[in-house]
Write a protein that binds this ligand. Structure first.
Ligand SMILES: Nc1ncnc2c1ncn2[C@@H]1O[C@H](COP(=O)(O)OP(=O)(O)OP(=O)(O)O)[C@@H](O)[C@H]1O
Ligand SMILES: [Mg+2]
Length: 242
């Protein structure tokens, strides 16, 4: 589904991604770990095509289409969705209005059902993300993803700042969104989950894990191996693999 070839990207004047190669198959969900400032958010934003992130070299293919130079809305229409680490707010637009213009227009019934599923019914008339608490922001992001129903789902720290009960609610909804309730052979959705703690893995069964340091992927393994390495040694030993 996703093929990233030798990707170099910069933000401002800083070169952040330094030769990323990453392939994600249909139905595959991977976790991405790494120290603060290593480039995880930059990678997800670059895949989404956010304008601040400039591709210097390399290529991104989505279902064999070269999306390297497409705008975020074109990528969203193709089926890529993102849950931001720090979601922006939008004054003057309420959550229901936003949901109704998300690609693959949803009728009111589906919007209400999605809001119910992620406990956001009381927020539909509120301005998008404005004044939302940390946990509410994350639920708002999941709600928007439920309405978009993308094929490739980019999740930037979905559990950070979320209370235990809401981690469970978010985890279950994301699991469904990622098609994990389908029969194995029918699973076609893919995801990249950035996590510092791995708590989200209590709800979502990931297939692989990667460690990103200083703009490079330095390690690949099973999610459990990656998590164990980071829990036991931090990123000390990974630094040696740079
Ligand atoms: N506009 C900018 N100008 C210069 N540098 C920037 C800009 N935006 C981000 N950066 C830098 O890019 C680097 C990578 O940031 P990024 O947000 O991708 O890290 P991360 O791996 O997601 O970290 P965290 O775990 O803390 O979320 C950081 O050093 C950050 O300061
Ligand atoms: Mg980040």
């Amino acid at each position: 589904m996703l093929e990233i070839k030798n990707l170099y990207a910069q933000v401002g004047n800083n070169l952040i991604l330094k030769g990323i190669n990453l392939n994600i198959k249909d139905g595959e969900v991977v976790i991405l770990m790494g120290p603060n400032g290593g480039g995880k958010t930059t990678l997800l934003h670059t895949i989404m095509g956010m304008p601040k992130y400039k591709i210097i070299d390399g290529q991104i293919l989505f279902n064999e289409i070269d999306i390297t130079n497409l705008s975020p809305d074109e990528r969203a229409k193709l089926g890529i969705g993102i849950m931001f680490q720090k979601p922006p707010y939008i004054r003057g637009v309420n959550l229901k209005e936003l949901a109704s213009i998300i690609p693959g227009h949803k009728d009111n019934k589906v919007i209400e059902e999605n809001a119910e599923a992620i406990d956001m019914k009381d927020y539909l008339e509120r301005e998008v993300n404005f004044g939302f608490s940390g946990g509410e922001l994350k639920r708002s992001e999941v709600f928007q993803l439920l309405c978009q129903d993308p094929k490739l789902i980019l999740l930037d720290e979905p559990e950070s700042g979320v209370d235990i009960e809401n981690i469970s609610l978010i985890g279950k909804n994301l699991n469904k969104l990622l098609g994990k309730e389908e029969k194995i052979k029918n699973r076609v959705k893919s995801g990249i989950i950035v996590t510092h703690t791995g708590y989200i893995l209590d709800y979502i069964n990931a297939n692989k894990g990667f460690i990103l340091i200083d703009g490079k992927i330095v390690c690949e393994g099973t999610p459990n191996d990656i998590l164990e390495e980071v829990r036991k040694y931090g990123y000390r030993r990974c630094q040696q693999c740079k």
